[in-house]
Each structure stands twice: as structure tokens, then as C-alpha cells.
Design a protein around this ligand. Structure first.
Ligand SMILES: [Zn+2]
Length: 456
């Protein structure tokens, strides 16, 4: 049985899907205008793991995981304006990077990846229903959701009205009937991306996108809705209000699951604070995707995760050990003794600790937890390997894992990263990469046609 902490109920609840043959999960995806950082990667990895756990627990069910792509947004429009290119140039570039970066972290593509620009029709339909039901109104080319029309507004975040108004940081435009009202549709000026609608040419607000896509692809009430803690208010509160008011009071999701932040130093890692590190940079420095995945799973998903060099080094050391002991073991058998912890609200630190404990125990010390195997160490090793696989780790052979650092492809990648660092005049980083390669016995020679390398 799976138990999940439900933000709406503020407690762990036994997970019971509405239909055990068709399990639905929706997670708010990226706004594609910049490279994802490690804080953005955390929900991608956490919900990828939750999907694997669901698929393991419900082998006969279809697990439908939808993660949207926000490809129309003011930040995207601004980026396109700065570069002097079409919006689609920005969105296609950063969606490709996002999929590459998350793929390197072992994140499988979702079952469905709806794009906002492809779902304008369903959004307009839902907005029209909200207007017809007096939950929304038109004002100066905008359509706004009228918050006082939903008596249950605020149930997820449990904020009082004053805190909500402060938290939403919405500009109080003169055409709003209530300061808490939020935008469903807004006008697009000439030259800005837009679509025809009953309220004139314009574009959708962000919140309506998720509500409309969920109904279109998964249904009116889904099993699990996920995302980062920072989305609880206002984004998820607004999704709930839109969907519930459009659907005669039916709940949007049966379970609300939120992951904690990644901290960098004393603060939350965020683009606006400028304290970010990206998977792309870490991979270019020679770290492997599995190391970053394990680092992201090393803390419980609801807890804050402090991102440090030591965390990355420790994660690599754990994987070195797993590959030494399990890398060439056929993954097979009953993994429950190792991964029971995952069913308890995705307790990854415990699951990782159980694998580590088993690997350090001798034949005589094998604790009760492994009685299932009746002391057959080979079977246990196979199950431990299968458990590591279930976490999305140990996906290569031991040979590949240990050879990877220092093979030709890896050296070329780091030389390319050094050239990029030089191009942006970050000579400290360029020197760091050269010194690191030197220390591994790889000598670089800069020539007129680029950099070549040889072994010392
Ligand atoms: Zn959303």
C-alpha cells in the first residue's frame, strides 16, 4: 500500500486511485525560456520516481502522467523580443534543452506533454463556462476570475484573505471587481502572439492552462496533482477554483503532492536570486547524470535539500560502491524488502540507507529485514540491484561507470565546456577544467584550429 502526504489534508493518507486500472497524475511543467537549474530538476526527478513507484505497485494499471509545457508567457515574449526572434525559436530551443537535461538525470518523458499553444481552444471553452456561470467577467479586454464567487477559495493554502492578497502580489487594476481576482485571458497588442477569442485577440493567463489541460487529457478529477511548494499559492489555489467552479464543485485532485526547495547557501535556489547551478553545467564538469539524480533523491522530497559540492561527492561515492558490488549483478527478484520505504510517502533516504546497510553487512550479520531471502546472498544482491534500478539508478555496466570518467567522449565534453568558459571570458573556470584534466593525466594543447589533447 502506498501512503502519500496530501497537502490539502495536511497529513499522510493511504493512496486509493479512483480507478485502479487508470491512474492519473498531473505535474506543472517548465516555462520554456531558460535553462533548467537544479531546483527545477527536483520535481522532475521526484515525480518521475513517484510514477515508477505507482507503476510497480499497480502493474495492471495504465499510469497516465501528464506534464505541461508553458510555451506562451510574458517572460518568453520578452526573451524573444531581446533576441529579435520568433517566440517559437525560444520555446523550441529551451524545451529541447529541458528534455536533454532531464533525460540525463534519468527522467523518462511523461505519457502526455500538452503545450499551451496547442490547447487554446479548451482554455477558451473553460473560460466561457466560467463567465456563463458568473464565476468570471470581462473587463477592458481582460477576463478575470471573480474570487469571492468561490466560497472554498483558499482551502489548499489555508491563508486568510489579507495573506492571500499579499502573497499573490497582483497589481490591483482599476477594472477588477475584487483585488484578489486573477486573469484568465488578457489582450495581446499588435505584434504580440495572440489568438482570436470571444473577448478579442489575446492570450491566456497561466493558471487556466493547467485546469483546461487536465480536463482535456485526464478528466475532471485526477488522482494526484504535483508540483513544487512554491506553486501552492496562488497557482494551485487558482487551478482548484477554476476547475471546481467549472465542474459543479467536483474536486480537481484527490491528492496534492508538493516537493520542497533546493537551497544554495542560505537561500532557495532561484533564477531571480541568481544563485543557480544547472544540470548542464554539472554534466559539462564531468559529473554523471546518475550522481545528480541520487543527490536529488538523498533527502526526503518534502524536506529542503541543501545543494553542495560535498553532496555531489558523497553521491558519487555511494554509486561507486553500488557499481563495484552490484554493477555486474543481474537485477532480479523481489525488491520489496529494499523499497518498502518508497511506498511510505517516497522515503528515499531510508530506501538508499537500506541498500547501503545490506551491502556493508556480512553473511552472518544479515538482519531480519532480509529473512525473505533465507540467507541467500546472491538472491539478495540481485534484489538490491533491482532496487537500485527501481530508483532509476545503476542503468549502465560497472565497466561503463568506471570508464566514463576519462574516456574520449568525456574529455571532449570538458574541452568544449572550457572553450565555452573562455568565450564568456570566465578564465578561472577554463583554468579549473584544464587543471582538472591535467590532474587526470590529460594534456591540452591550444592551437590555431582549436584544442587537441593527449595523455601524459
Ligand atoms: Zn499548473
Amino acid at each position: 500500500m502506498i501512503r502519500l502526504y496530501d497537502t490539502m489534508a495536511r497529513k499522510k493518507r493511504a493512496f486509493e486511485p479512483a480507478d485502479p486500472k487508470r491512474i492519473t497524475m498531473y505535474v506543472c511543467g517548465p516555462t520554456v525560456y531558460g535553462r533548467a537549474h537544479i531546483g527545477n530538476a527536483r520535481p522532475a526527478v521526484v515525480f518521475d520516481l513517484l510514477r515508477r513507484v505507482l507503476e510497480h505497485a499497480y502493474p495492471d494499471a495504465e499510469v497516465i502522467y501528464a506534464r505541461n509545457v508553458t510555451d506562451v508567457d510574458d517572460k518568453i515574449i520578452n526573451s524573444a523580443g531581446e533576441e529579435g526572434v520568433d517566440v517559437s525559436v525560444i520555446t523550441e530551443r529551451y524545451e529541447r534543452f529541458y528534455l536533454e537535461d532531464m533525460g540525463a538525470l534519468g527522467v523518462n518523458p511523461p505519457t502526455i506533454a500538452p503545450h499551451a499553444t496547442q490547447e487554446i481552444g479548451p482554455m477558451i471553452a473553460m473560460i466561457a463556462e466560467l463567465v456563463a456561470g458568473s464565476h468570471a467577467y470581462e473587463a477592458e479586454g481582460h477576463v478575470l476570475f471573480h474570487v469571492p464567487s468561490d466560497p472554498d477559495y483558499g482551502a489548499l493554502s489555508r491563508r486568510d484573505r489579507e495573506a492571500m492578497l499579499a502573497g499573490a502580489r497582483v497589481e490591483v487594476a482599476p477594472y477588477k471587481r475584487d483585488p484578489a481576482d486573477f486573469v484568465l485571458w488578457k489582450p495581446s497588442e499588435y505584434g504580440v502572439v495572440g489568438w482570436d477569442s470571444p473577448w478579442g485577440r489575446g492570450r491566456p493567463g497561466w493558471h487556466i492552462e493547467c485546469s483546461a489541460m487536465i480536463r482535456e487529457h485526464l478528466g475532471e478529477t485526477i488522482d494526484i496533482h504535483g508540483g513544487g511548494l512554491d506553486l501552492i499559492f496562488p497557482h494551485h489555489e487558482n487551478e482548484i477554483a477554476q476547475s471546481r467552479c467549472a465542474h459543479g464543485g467536483k474536486p480537481l485532485a484527490r491528492y496534492w503532492v508538493h516537493n520542497g526547495f533546493v537551497d544554495m547557501g542560505a537561500e532557495k535556489m532561484s533564477k531571480s536570486l541568481g544563485n543557480i547551478v544547472t544540470p548542464a553545467e554539472l554534466l559539462a564538469q564531468g559529473h554523471k547524470g546518475e550522481t545528480l539524480r541520487l543527490a536529488l533523491l538523498s533527502a526526503h522530497y518534502r524536506q529542503p535539500l541543501a545543494w553542495t559540492d560535498e553532496l555531489v561527492a558523497q553521491s558519487k561515492a555511494v554509486l561507486d560502491r553500488w557499481y563495484r558490488q552490484l554493477g555486474d549483478v543481474e537485477p532480479f527478484g523481489e525488491i520489496a524488502p529494499f523499497l518498502e520505504a518508497l511506498n511510505d510517502d517516497l522515503n528515499t533516504p531510508k530506501a538508499i540507507a537500506v541498500i547501503n546497510e545490506f551491502l556493508s553487512s556480512s553473511e552472518q550479520e544479515l538482519s531480519k529485514e532480509y529473512e525473505y531471502f533465507q540467507g541467500n546472498r546472491e538472491q539478495m544482491l540481485q534484489a538490491a540491484a533491482a532496487a537500485a534500478r527501481a530508483l532509476g539508478l545503476l542503468t549502465m555496466s560497472a565497466d561503463e561507470w568506471f570508464r566514463g570518467a576519462g574516456d574520449a567522449g568525456d574529455i571532449e565534453t570538458r574541452i568544449a565546456a572550457r572553450a565555452e568558459a573562455k568565450a564568456r571570458r570566465d578564465f578561472a573556470e577554463a583554468d579549473r577544467i584544464r587543471d582538472e584534466l591535467n590532474a587526470e593525466g590529460v594534456l591540452l594543447e591550444d592551437g590555431p584550429s582549436g584544442t587537441t589533447w593527449r595523455r601524459a
